[in-house]
Design a protein. Sequence first.
Length: 132
Amino acid sequence: NMVMEQNVLMVHKPLGENQQIQLNCEHLMADMTDTGDIASWTARDRDVPSYIDKVHADGSVRVVSDRRRITADHMVYTGGDQAIQFHADPGRSAQAWQEGDDGAVTAESFRWFLERDRLEIENLGPTRIRRR
């Protein structure tokens, strides 16, 4: 496991892809497959690849990709299904912006399926749409 606190910045570039994803938060805990200590995980010439099984992020969560920006209070990434769940604290909203959209969508939570680049909205909140 890896734990990081205060002003966390993590940049992830999925293997074989050009897109990278940036995560900012206040607290991060990552569960990784057991491939040795942190030195083996960061070594460029490692024999055994390491995988992130699950990531929990809390506090001012902000995820930015080439096409999306999502803010929330909490985030959980699960490697098995390649999905990210974002949710807000009670009385608050998570927000998502997508390239080409005029404004943000607010909701209690979002689920982003990375392999299909599909964003599911759960309990849609107030949303502004620009009148044309």
